[in-house]
Design a protein around this ligand. Structure first.
Ligand SMILES: [Zn+2]
Ligand SMILES: [Zn+2]
Length: 148
């Protein structure tokens, strides 16, 4: 499993499990790895609620996609409740995509991929940074097309 995510500047390769690590904001009070990185879902939860899950509590991904760290996909649950949720859940299907900017493979939940395709999205990106960078290229390309 390989994924990469950039939210707060620096990118980090994560080869250890399905979770995304990001460079934590300077004032992030939660657990950091190598003094710098934190789980993206914990950072997102904290940014919205100002809460770090207390001992015994965990962040659950409602749609079972552990890389889908939109706040509305997260909830804080007690460990034992969390285990029950996972036993009851069906695994979600992923679509393997190639980033339109950096050409790295990444996964997107198939249901979200189909929704975006339906809305006419042609380009998919592994991270917000790639999306922003590629957007500039697409806009430039459109300018060139119009000029020609
Ligand atoms: Zn969970
Ligand atoms: Zn990319």
């Amino acid at each position: 499993m390989f994924s990469i995510s950039i939210i707060f500047g620096e990118a980090l390769d994560l080869k250890n499990g399905p979770y995304i690590l990001v460079k934590a904001p300077a004032d992030f009070p939660g657990k950091k790895y190598r003094g710098v990185y934190a789980y993206e879902h914990t950072v997102i939860w904290w940014l919205h609620t100002k809460i770090i899950p207390p001992e015994g509590y965990q962040i659950h991904h409602k749609n079972e996609c552990r890389t889908d760290n939109r706040f509305e996909n997260l909830e804080m649950v007690f460990k034992t409740t969390h285990m029950k949720l996972h036993r009851a859940a069906k695994p979600c299907a992923f679509t393997l995509l190639i980033c339109a900017h950096c050409n790295k493979p990444f996964q997107l939940e198939s249901r979200r991929y189909r929704e975006k395709k339906k809305l006419g999205q042609e380009y998919f990106h592994c991270s917000r940074v790639c999306q922003t960078r590629n957007q500039r290229n697409i806009i430039k390309l459109n300018h060139m097309k119009q000029a020609a």
